[in-house]
Design a protein around this ligand. Structure first.
Ligand code: ASP
Length: 344
């Protein structure tokens, strides 16, 4: 029996065609996927497709669409060997990170892809992205799927989903995974880096709750007390991500540290994530981050902003007290984090 792959279309540029009447980009009828990408017929795979009722620009993505996506994968888990999610590039790194935490014990590939140019344009990057993503989602070795995690395939690279960041709104190589090398490089061959891939742990389970009462405080030189107070004082927040400088550094002014201390006393989980793309937060390395460590601010280490945010959404939904939240956030759940033991 041929292996089968389910392609799930959520929206984004890849699935749009020019409306001949208006010239505007509109989603095409996904039932006609193979008409637009006849190459899919030539793969030795059964390719089925399903589309969200209302395909969206990914800038509009909400928690309920992540839940719907996890639901489609769960409902079709036994039927297919792998899944490809067609998604707009703008928030693909957020959705891939979110799904990595929502899907525990995954032992099949979930490959996100999309494109910078619509699929029916002459120079589209969508055709290669889609065909290779489907091929990777259908690949097996010794009866096991080759990939058993959530990944992004884009611009000839297969990247771990929760390590990825949209880097360019122009290049066909739109994504980077600065702190984790690619899971595969694609040229003439699909060169899988199997030692870098996750091994499945436990049985497959979907965690579909994501707490979105979260605020983000991006630091900049000269930030005022009023702005910090407004963000820290936002009603009902359960989590606060502080986007810090360098290796996790922040102002040492008393008023600033007092604001952070107050928000922690209100029971809000505070996370320190660096504004740098590369490298990691190391609280206490400089005096300017020592205060955070003493207060119980959690270090996002080398997680991307997207991974830190969605992991916080996940742990705040399932961990009920402060210690469990800290433990859940600081441990490596789905390969999103380099632990010190894996660095040495
Ligand atoms: N705005 C589009 C989206 O993210 C861009 C894209 O698909 O690349 O849905």
């Amino acid at each position: 029996m041929r292996r089968s792959v389910l392609v799930i279309y959520t929206g984004g540029t890849i699935g749009m065609v020019e409306d001949p009447a208006t010239g505007a980009l509109v989603p095409f009828d996904f039932a006609a996927l193979k008409k637009h990408v006849p190459e899919l017929e030539r793969l030795d795979l059964e390719v089925e497709s399903i589309a969200f009722d209302t395909p969206i620009d990914s800038s509009d993505i909400e928690i309920h669409q992540w839940q719907a996506l996890a639901g489609v994968i769960e409902a079709n888990y036994e039927k297919h060997n792998g899944f490809v999610v067609l998604h707009g590039t703008d928030t693909m790194a957020f959705s891939a990170s979110a799904l990595s935490f929502m899907l525990e014990g995954l032992n099949k590939p979930v490959v996100f892809t999309g494109s910078q140019l619509p699929i029916d344009t002459v120079r589209t990057d969508g055709r290669e992205n889609l065909v290779t993503a489907v091929q990777i989602a259908g690949m097996e070795r010794n009866g096991e799927p080759c990939l058993q995690e959530v990944a992004i395939y884009f611009g000839s690279q297969l990247l771990r989903g929760n390590r990825t960041h949209k880097y360019s709104s122009e290049d066909f190589y739109a994504f980077r995974s600065p702190n984790y090398s690619p899971l595969a490089e694609v040229g003439i061959h699909i060169d899988l880096n199997t030692v870098r891939m996750l091994k499945p742990k436990g049985t497959f389970k979907v965690y579909d709750q994501m707490e979105n009462n979260i605020a983000v405080l991006k630091l900049f030189p000269g930030i005022t007390k009023e702005v910090v107070q407004q963000i820290c004082g936002a009603k009902n927040i359960k989590g606060l991500l502080i986007e810090t400088f360098g290796s996790g550094n922040a102002p040492t002014k008393e008023w600033f540290l007092n604001e952070i201390q107050h928000v922690i006393q209100r029971g809000v989980t505070v996370v320190n994530v660096t504004q740098c793309n590369d490298g990691f937060v190391e609280q206490g390395r400089y005096a300017s981050s020592r205060g955070f460590a003493a207060m119980g601010v959690l270090s996002a280490a080398d997680m991307t902003f997207e991974a830190a945010l969605t992991k916080l959404m996940h742990v705040l939904s399932y961990c009920k007290d402060e210690d469990a939240i800290a433990k859940g956030f600081l441990e490596d759940k789905r390969g999103e984090l380099t632990t010190f033991s894996s660095l040495v």
